[in-house]
Design a protein around this ligand. Structure first.
Ligand code: F6R
Length: 612
């Protein structure tokens, strides 16, 4: 939540910062701001609304500075307004700060600073930071090359919470200080210029060489140099990593929206995710993991922990792990798991799934599992993300940068990778070879089947045009189709703002059926052969009560009448949501478009949830 970007070099900073903000806008879009060091002072321009509003704000075109910081906000403390926007300056106006995260003890620190006669303009937690820096700066009687860094470090020592911070000062016109704790921050290395960002794609068009800061690490940047320090300001050596992503992967590439582009990228995303670990003919290879047969045989339980869409991918994987590997698997929402004292020991394997690798609850759940003696595996889409640095082992999905707030290709790639992981475990355990070989076959065919499934787009669009004004839309499914329904319903509510619930079809009669009335739309996913009859009976029950029905199926449902049926290719039930979700992603997309909404940046949401 919130995006930060920074530049220090010889070019005008403003266009680089604005360009970075546009790319980070998915992280929050309540307000935006920029501060640069001009000839005689820091110039700070900020505005409520989007980056496009900031770009139109008076004076922005006059910024000439070659050092600057910028921010796009997802409001936590203080409503979206110009005054609450970042950057924030201290009372003396010599220090400017942008911040992503939450300062938990800000009320105490504000009271402390008020006693020292500091005053505050905004309702934010962030405004205490430049003032704390100023406070520590004036307390420090030493005058050396590290005075600015020391002031930031001493201020951070007083903070509790999460933060990625960039600081500039017109006392130090050729320096920028950055620090992170539990919020993401990357440093891009150029030639006589350096970049800061909350994520890699935002600055990928400027450099491919990145440094990753760990928690409580500081960096002091000049145009030519980057120095790293630990929390006690002891110097650290760091090697840059080279990122091979194509910067164009983070562009819309002719599509109207990132979400649509990402839906259509799924054949490639799945192919690359599968082929990275599952070469044809030979056994599954996961060099990143080194689990022995003895260790896997001794496992009492696997926990799959994640949030939102990633948690829905885990629900799909539970069945595979239990049936093929014969290991009990439990799925948990990270925000619940971390506070419910789960039963974990060295015979528990905990798998954490996170596209961004920055979700605060998922990272906290991982740390908890580690502390209780479990081995931890992270599944992420982002190289070097925080979760990958905490986990014992990491395996990557190869979805490429996912920019739209609503997750699509990351979800299907997560299911694909969890299927590969299931095969990897089963091959080591020598369990269920026939099922393993069938699942492998199906995985190889999936990219082509996704391409076929995408052909339903026009029919889905027509149905969306009929129902986009509705207030409630319900989803039904059994087994793995229930898992897909949960994800379809989440997609719909997050980008169309239509109220939606997904129910296990068998639960319908236990309460939810009271909500079904004449004309209400019910979406049902029916792909599990053994459950077709039962699912049809449940659909008949809602039709009888006047519902319109939209069916996604790979079964022959001849003899039954529904308002729309989308036929998808058959595949293994273990991974069928990789196909059945596609019409549902398109359904949510076209409803949102029909309503004229911003598909890629739905209200109140942000792509990576770095606060609890
Ligand atoms: C929904 C969506 C979210 C994320 C969730 C976890 O479309 O994208 O529900 O899945 O916030 O995010 P990651 O996977 O980055 O941990």
């Amino acid at each position: 939540m919130c995006g930060i970007v920074g530049y220090i070099g010889n070019k005008k900073a403003e266009p680089i910062l604005i360009n970075g903000l546009y790319k980070l806008e998915y992280r929050g879009y309540d307000s935006a701001g920029i501060a640069t060091i001009e000839k005689d002072a820091i110039k700070n321009i900020k505005n409520k609304g989007r980056v496009s509003d900031l770009e139109k704000t008076d004076g922005i075109e006059n910024l000439e500075g070659t050092i600057g910081i910028a921010h796009t906000r997802w409001a936590t403390h203080g409503k979206p307004s110009s005054i609450n926007s970042h950057p924030h300056l201290d009372n003396s106006k010599h220090f400017a700060v942008v911040h992503n995260g939450i300062i938990e003890n800000y009320a105490d620190l504000k009271a402390f600073l008020e006693k020292q006669n500091y005053t505050f303009l905004s309702d934010t937690d962030t405004e205490i930071i430049p003032n704390l820096i100023h406070y520590n700066f004036v307390q420090d009687k030493k005058d050396d090359n590290f005075k600015f860094l020391r002031a930031v470090k001493n201020a951070c020592y007083m903070l509790k919470g999460s933060y990625a911070i960039e600081v500039i000062s017109d006392y130090f016109k050729d320096e920028m200080i950055v620090v992170r704790k539990d919020s993401p921050l990357v440093i891009g290395k150029g030639i006589n210029e350096n970049y800061i960002s909350s994520d890699i794609p935002a600055i990928l068009s400027y450099t491919k060489d990145f440094y990753l800061l760990n928690d409580n690490e500081f960096a002091k940047l000049t145009r030519e140099n980057i120095e790293f320090f630990d929390e006690n300001l002891v110097k650290l050596e760091k090697a840059p990593i080279n990122i091979s992503w194509n910067p164009l992967a983070a562009e819309k590439d002719g599509y109207e929206d990132f979400m649509l582009k990402e839906i259509y990228e799924q054949p490639r995303a799945i192919r690359e995710t599968i082929w990275a670990h599952l070469p044809e003919i030979s056994k599954c290879q996961m060099d990143e993991l080194n689990f022995s047969k003895e260790y896997l045989e001794g496992l009492e339980k696997i926990y799959l922990v994640a949030c939102g869409t990633a948690m829905h991918a885990c629900l799909v994987a539970k069945n595979m792990l239990e049936n093929i590997c014969e290991i009990p698997a439990e799925v948990d929402v990270a925000s619940e798991f971390r506070y419910r004292n789960p039963l974990i020991n060295s015979k528990t394997l905990c798998i954490f799934v996170s596209q961004s690798g920055e979700t605060a609850d998922t990272i906290a759940a991982l740390k908890l599992s580690k502390s209780k003696g479990a081995k931890t595996v992270a599944i992420s889409n982002v190289s070097g993300s925080s979760i990958t640095r905490e986990a014992d082992y990491t395996i990557y999905t190869h979805a490429g940068p996912e920019i739209a707030v609503a997750s699509t290709k990351a979800y299907t790639s997560q299911i694909a990778l969890l299927a590969v992981l299931t095969i990897y475990f089963a091959e080591i355990l020598e369990r269920n070879p026939v099922q393993v070989s069938n699942l492998k076959e199906e995985l190889y065919c999936l990219p082509e089947k996704i391409t076929d499934t995408l052909k339903c787009s026009n029919r889905v669009k027509s149905f969306a045009q009929k129902v986009y004004k509705e207030k409630d839309i319900f989803f039904l499914g059994r087994g793995v189709d229930y898992a897909a329904s949960l994800e379809g319903s989440l997609k719909l509510k997050e980008i169309s703002y239509i109220h939606s619930e997904a129910y296990a079809s068998g639960e319908l009669k236990h309460g939810p059926i009271a909500l079904i009335e004449d004309g209400v739309t019910v979406v049902s996913v029916i792909t599990t052969p053994s459950l077709v009859g039962k699912s049809i009976s449940n659909i008949q029950e809602v039709i009888t009560r006047g519902a319109k029905t939209f069916i996604i199926t790979n079964q022959d449902l001849e003899g039954h009448t529904f308002d729309e049926v989308i036929s998808i290719p058959k595949t293994s039930s273990y991974v069928s949501p990789i196909l059945s979700i596609i019409p549902l992603q398109l359904f949510a997309y076209y409803i949102s478009k029909e309503k004229g909404l911003d598909v890629d940046k739905p209200r109140n949401l942000a792509k990576s949830v770095t606060v609890e």
